[in-house]
Design a protein around this ligand. Structure first.
Ligand code: NAP
Length: 249
């Protein structure tokens, strides 16, 4: 596939490495310009381009920037991208980073907000895995302990395309229905950065309770900010504990 990446940081850089390794043709753009992308371009052979170029002549566009950055993207950026181009949203809402976004605070699913801002359908994927797990925990298809990621959106064909990419990264994809339901994979949910197999994910995503998400998100964030990020498996363990204590609440 031909893939355009908006954002090439922790998450974007990881996906760029995995997509190029799987044989996809990747272009990438960031906020501060091509210079910063030179070494990643050398390493992966992904080409560093402008935002205008990154959305041109691609099958899939992955948006992987801080959520508030959505508002800073050029208006009409996707105007010339055909409707068949699949847009993937990996973004999460963290008020400490993104500021307070009232619609989301009032319960609008984060990816519905993104889709509304962009005036385009999006598929929500990859938001619910730490980039370190994405780097280290992929396994070949059919391995019993293979982890799974939820993929939500309103167009089945688009979700199928994204599911192929998730598979290329070494993970099973769980089609979890519409974008309206995608809050079930947001920060603070039992599916969020808890590294689950497909069977575990199917069960835990069903048990999500919307009212518990903001509290769980803040507990998870506090942990990340006070612990060594290299010990990400402890972080995953802590997220599972938040979920289990929520079940008891
Ligand atoms: N890190 C994770 O483990 C993880 C896991 C799941 C989901 N996510 C979500 O994925 C998104 C990206 O996270 P990250 O950790 O990869 O962030 P990051 O390391 O801070 O990287 C952000 C990237 O986005 C680019 N960017 C920022 N604003 C932009 C704009 N307006 N236009 C174009 N590019 C822009 C930055 O470019 P410059 O470098 O030029 O500033 C950088 O390449 C976030 O919403 C995050 O919540 C992250």
């Amino acid at each position: 596939m031909k893939i355009g990446m908006i954002g090439a940081g922790e998450m974007g850089g990881t996906l760029i490495r995995q997509y190029t390794k799987a044989g996809h043709r990747v272009k990438m753009a960031n906020a501060s310009g091509i210079e910063k992308l030179k070494s990643l371009a050398l390493e992966t052979r992904a080409s560093a381009v402008t935002l205008t170029d990154v959305v041109t002549d691609v099958d899939v566009i992955v948006i992987t920037i801080p959520l508030i950055g959505i508002l800073k993207l050029p208006k009409q950026l996707f105007k010339n991208a055909p409707t068949r181009t699949v847009l993937v949203d990996t973004c999460n809402y963290y008020p400490i980073r993104d500021g307070i976004l009232k619609d989301i605070e009032d319960g609008m699913p984060e990816s519905v907000w993104v889709s509304n801002q962009l005036q385009r359908p999006v598929v929500k994927a990859y938001n619910s895995i730490l980039y370190r797990s994405l780097v280290h925990s992929g396994l070949p298809k059919g391995t019993p302990s293979r982890l799974a990621l939820p993929v939500s959106g309103d167009d089945k064909l688009s979700k199928d395309v994204v599911s192929v990419l998730v598979g290329d990264s070494g993970f099973d994809a769980l089609d979890y229905g519409s974008l309206q339901d995608s809050w079930r994979q947001q920060p603070g949910s039992p599916a969020y950065c808890t590294d689950l197999t497909l069977a575990q994910l199917k069960k835990s995503i069903e048990s999500a309770r919307k009212e518990l998400l903001p509290g769980g998100r803040e507990l998870g964030l506090k942990y990340i900010m006070t612990h060594d990020p290299e010990l990400w498996t402890d972080n995953v363990k802590h997220n599972r504990e938040i979920y289990e204590s929520n079940l008891d609440a």
